[in-house]
Design a protein around this ligand. Structure first.
Ligand code: 8X3
Length: 250
C-alpha cells in the first residue's frame, strides 16, 4: 500500500513494486492519475492486482472510509505500507507562517502517517508480518531557514518512526525510514504554489535525484531477508552534503 501514489516518489514506488510482481493498493487524492497509472501497470504486468483509492490522509475519516471500502483479500494482506504522502507549503520565515500552511503540513505529513499506520498495524499484527516504510527527509535531520514547519513535521516523522521501531521490537514487523535530499518531483512546484520556474530554480546547476532513485531503495529495503531491517537511510544527490549545502556547477 502506497500513499501519495499519483506522482513523484509514490508513483515511482508503484512502478518498482509492480515490476517485482507485487499486488498494489495505490492511494492519493487525485484518482484520475491513479487510474491511468493502474491501467498502464495492469497492461504491462498482467498477473498483479491493483486497487486504487481516493484518500486524503490528512482526514482520519477519509482513512477509515478507504480502509472499509478496500477488497478484503488485498486489505487483509497488506505486507508493506509506504507512508509517502507528504508536502511542503512555502518558504516563509517562522514569523510569517500561516495557520493554514501549518495545518496542511502537519495534518498531511504527521497526522496522516500516524493514523494510516494505526489503521494498518492490526492487519500486520494479525498476520505476524509486515513492513512500514516511512518517507522522512534530510529536513527531518536538520532545519533550514524558511523550512521551520516542514522541518518540524519531518523531525516528527523521524521521532514517530523510531518510537514505533521500539514498540514493535518483539514482533516480526519491520519499521524503516528513508530520508531523501533533493529529489526532482512536483514537491517544489507545490512548495511554490505551482510556480514551475521557481521550482526548477531549486535544481539549477545540480543533478538532483529522481523518484526512481528513491523507489529503488524502498523496494530494496522491503526485499531484505526477514531478519534484516534497514532503520534509517539518508540519500543525497552526489553534489549535496546537507539540507542547504549543495554544490552547483553554474
Ligand atoms: C525535501 C528536501 O531540502 O526541500 O524533503 O527539505 S528539502
Amino acid at each position: 500500500m502506497i500513499t501519495g501514489a499519483s506522482a513523484g516518489i509514490g508513483e515511482s514506488c508503484a512502478r518498482e513494486f509492480a515490476s517485482e510482481g507485487s499486488n498494489l493498493i495505490l492511494a492519493a487524492r487525485r484518482t484520475d492519475r491513479l487510474d491511468a497509472l493502474k491501467n498502464e501497470l495492469m497492461n504491462k504486468y498482467e498477473s498483479i492486482k491493483i486497487h486504487t483509492l481516493s484518500l486524503d490522509v490528512s482526514q482520519k475519516t477519509s482513512i477509515e472510509n478507504a480502509m472499509s471500502h478496500m477488497p478484503d483479500d488485498l486489505r487483509d494482506n497488506i505486507d508493506v505500507l509506504v507512508n509517502n504522502a507528504g508536502l511542503v507549503i512555502g518558504m516563509d520565515p517562522l514569523a510569517e507562517v500561516t495557520e493554514e500552511a501549518y495545518d496542511i503540513m502537519f495534518n498531511t505529513n504527521v497526522k496522516g502517517l500516524t493514523f494510516l499506520t494505526q489503521a494498518v498495524l492490526p492487519i500486520m499484527k494479525k498476520n505476524q508480518r509486515g513492513h512500514i516504510i516511512n518517507l522522512g527527509s534530510v529536513a527531518g535531520k536538520e532545519s533550514y531557514p524558511g523550512g521551520s514547519i516542514y522541518c518540524a513535521s519531518k523531525h516528527a516523522v523521524e521521532a514517530i518512526t523510531r518510537a514505533l521501531l521500539h514498540e514493535l521490537i518483539d514482533t516480526p514487523i519491520r519499521v524503516s525510514l528513508i530520508c531523501p535530499g533533493m529529489v526532482n518531483t512536483e514537491f517544489s512546484t507545490v512548495r511554490f504554489g505551482g510556480d514551475k520556474q521557481k521550482a526548477d530554480g531549486v535544481y539549477k546547476g545540480i543533478q538532483p535525484l529522481v523518484g526512481r532513485d528513491i523507489a529503488e531503495l524502498v523496494t530494496f529495503t522491503a526485499s531484505r531477508p526477514p531478519h534484516v531491517n534497514i532503520c534509517d537511510m539518508l540519500v543525497f544527490p552526489t553534489n549535496q552534503s546537507g539540507a542547504r549545502t549543495v554544490y552547483r556547477s553554474s
